[in-house]
Design a binder for this molecule. Structure first.
Ligand code: PNS
Length: 163
C-alpha cells in the first residue's frame, strides 16, 4: 500500500522550517502532497498561484508534489487517498492549537491520522508571519527562507512602494 501524506498550510511564503518538515516527510512516506490552502482569511502577501510556484521551485524531492485545496482538509485528504496529515510543531505554544485541529479532524474523519513532526531546532522560532514582519521592517531574513523566496519578497515590496 502506498503511504501518502498531506502537508497542508498557508505557506505565505514557504520558510526553511517548512522545507525541513517536507524533507523529513519525504523520507518517511512514499508520497507527500504539499497542499496550499486557497482562501486564507487574512490578506496574503502572495496569491495561491505564487505560493505554489515558489513551493514547486524549491522542492527537489521526487516523491513530493504541490497542490491546492479549499474546504475541509479531511475531505481533500480523502479525495487524495491520503492516510496521513503532517503538521510541524515548533514549540509547546503550537501544541494546543495543533491538538485541537488534529482532534477535530479525527472526529470528522477517523481514518486519517495526524502525524506531528518536530522541526529542526534552528527553525523552532521561525514562522511565515514573523518573517514577513521582519522583512517589511527592513530586518534581514537571510537563512530563514529559500533565496528565491527572499528575491520574490523583495520584488513584491519594491512593486508596492512604487505603486
Ligand atoms: O499554515 P497554517 O495557516 O497553520 O495552516 C492551517 C491549515 C491550512 C492546516 C488549516 O487552516 C486547515 O486545515 N484549513 C482547512 C479548513 C479545515 O479543514 N478546517 C478545520 C480544521 S480542524
Amino acid at each position: 500500500m502506498t503511504r501518502r501524506a498531506i502537508y497542508p498550510g498557508s505557506f505565505d511564503p514557504i520558510t526553511n522550517g517548512h522545507l525541513d518538515i517536507i524533507e523529513r516527510s519525504a523520507k518517511l512516506f512514499d508520497e507527500v502532497v504539499v497542499a496550499v490552502l486557497l482562501n486564507i482569511d487574512k490578506e496574503p502577501m502572495f496569491s495561491a498561484e505564487e505560493r505554489m510556484d515558489m513551493l514547486r521551485s524549491v522542492i527537489t524531492w521526487d516523491n513530493v508534489t504541490v497542490d491546492s485545496f479549499e474546504g475541509l482538509l479531511v475531505d481533500y485528504a480523502t479525495r487524495q487517498n491520503a492516510q496521513v496529515i503532517v503538521r510541524g510543531i515548533r514549540a509547546v505554544s503550537d501544541y494546543e492549537y495543533e491538538l485541537q485541529m488534529a482532534l477535530m479532524n479525527r472526529r470528522l474523519e477517523p481514518r486519517i491520522e495526524t502525524v506531528f513532526m518536530m522541526s529542526g531546532e534552528a527553525y523552532s522560532y521561525l514562522s511565515s508571519r514573523l518573517t514577513k514582519e521582519v522583512f517589511k521592517l527592513g530586518g534581514s531574513i537571510k537563512g530563514l527562507v529559500p533565496g528565491l523566496v527572499e528575491q520574490r519578497m523583495k520584488a513584491r515590496l519594491k512593486g508596492h512602494t512604487e505603486d
